[in-house]
Design a protein around this ligand. Structure first.
Ligand code: GLU
Length: 382
């Protein structure tokens, strides 16, 4: 099988550690299999998507050494294709217009909550007659488009990390919205599960590798692949990254974006090394300090854990210090010089600078540590 994998980030924030780790596993797998690694920018949430985040994602990946093989696909450019697919689902009876209003749906959820039930749509508009539809339109209602989900259906796939997975149709929350509310004679903005299936299929993605928070989406997407008669890719769901308290790593943990780690003085080599270890168990006899290009030959999903990975600052710091200690004086000086200049400190000459970093290098953990340590020497120089 020709391996084609992709990272599909939403540019609604900076490149997150979890997304970068997903990128790494995709990239390592593509390298191992002689395949292709692609990028798709999922910018359909127009209000929250920003160009600065797209650039931050590109910069972060490049900094880590994760290069993509073809021009990135910009999802919003494909909206007409997405709408065409929605129309075909409606015409084949797999999808329909649902005129239930926001307040009716909220009311339904409240009742379910009161009765201790999980929230789900009750499929109330699945079989409207043309007369009922025109009544709603006359009353000024705008529909969403829903895809029918068969409650009786068992959905299964062989996950490369988690093995055989089975999901019950009845646990997917009822018929799923695939297009936002819009006037009845149009198709509203297509939504995540639909566009992902449309694009993964158009990009001929062979393996979808993403976080385990997408497990329920995978079940829904398999139903869409089947309805559209498209080839279903192989799935691999990577373990979540947790903080030291065992909770999902989030903004509250302080640093979560790659650009912030860079700013703090972590090296790209240590970051990429550490992220690979977040979930992947090294095969016997392999040193835990490596460059990602060195382990791509031996990467396999067989060694990716199902259990979540705990973020360990001590380990990352240790790896970073090792990378710094192994740097030549010249490289270390190249890393530090821009930071010195920011403080208005200039080196009398290169030789002097090299002696300085030879002195301070061995006790540095972060590149930025060099600034504090060089301060007494450089302040007096200028
Ligand atoms: N845009 C989705 C996300 O950032 C992509 C998920 C996927 O890989 O399908 O979570």
């Amino acid at each position: 099988m020709t391996v084609r994998v992709r990272l599909a980030p939403s540019p609604t924030g900076t490149l997150h550690l979890g997304t970068a780790r997903t990128a790494l596993f995709n990239w390592l797998f593509a390298k191992k299999e002689g395949g292709t690694f692609l990028l798709r920018i999922e910018d359909t949430d127009i209000e929250r998507s920003k160009d600065e985040y797209i650039n931050n994602i590109y910069d972060g990946l490049q900094w880590l050494g994760i290069n993509w093989d073809e021009s990135p696909i910009i999802q919003s450019n494909r909206i007409n294709e997405h709408k065409k697919i929605i129309r075909s689902l409606i015409s084949k009876g797999f999808a329909y217009k649902c005129f239930a209003s926001e307040s009716e749906i909220n009311e339904l959820r409240e009742t379910q909550k009161r009765n201790g039930l999980a929230p789900r749509y009750d499929n109330r508009h699945r079989n409207l007659t043309p007369e009922q539809e025109s009544e709603f339109i006359k009353a000024g209602r705008e529909p969403v488009i829903r895809f029918k989900i068969n409650d009786q259906k068992l959905i299964s796939w062989d996950d490369l990390i988690r093995g055989k997975m089975t999901w019950n149709g009845k646990d997917l929350g009822g018929d799923m919205v695939i297009a936002r509310r819009a006037p009845a004679d149009t198709i509203g903005d297509p939504l995540y599960n639909l566009v992902v299936v449309a694009d993964d299929s158009a990009m001929k993605i062979s393996h979808v590798i993403r976080g385990e928070d997408h497990l329920a989406n995978t079940a829904k997407q398999i139903l869409l692949y089947e309805a559209l008669d498209l080839k279903i890719p192989v799935f691999a769901h990577t373990p979540l990254i947790l903080n030291s308290e065992g909770k999902k790593l989030s903004k509250r943990d302080g640093v979560t974006s790659i650009s912030e780690f860079k700013k703090m003085g972590y090296t790209s080599e240590a970051m990429a090394n550490y992220m690979t270890l977040l979930g992947w168990s090294l095969p016997e006899g392999i040193n835990e300090r490596f460059k990602i290009s060195e382990v791509s030959e031996i990467f396999s999903f067989k060694k990716v854990n199902k259990a979540s990975a705990k973020f360990d600052w001590d380990k990352l710091n240790w790896l970073n210090s090792q990378v710094i200690h192994d740097m030549s004086s010249r490289t270390l000086l190249e890393n530090l010089d821009p930071l010195f200049k920011k403080n208005g400190w200039y080196l009398p000459n290169q030789e002097w600078g090299k002696h300085l970093v030879d002195l301070i290098g061995p006790s540095m953990v972060l590149i930025n540590d060099g600034v504090d340590q060089a301060k007494p020497f450089l302040k007096n120089q200028n």
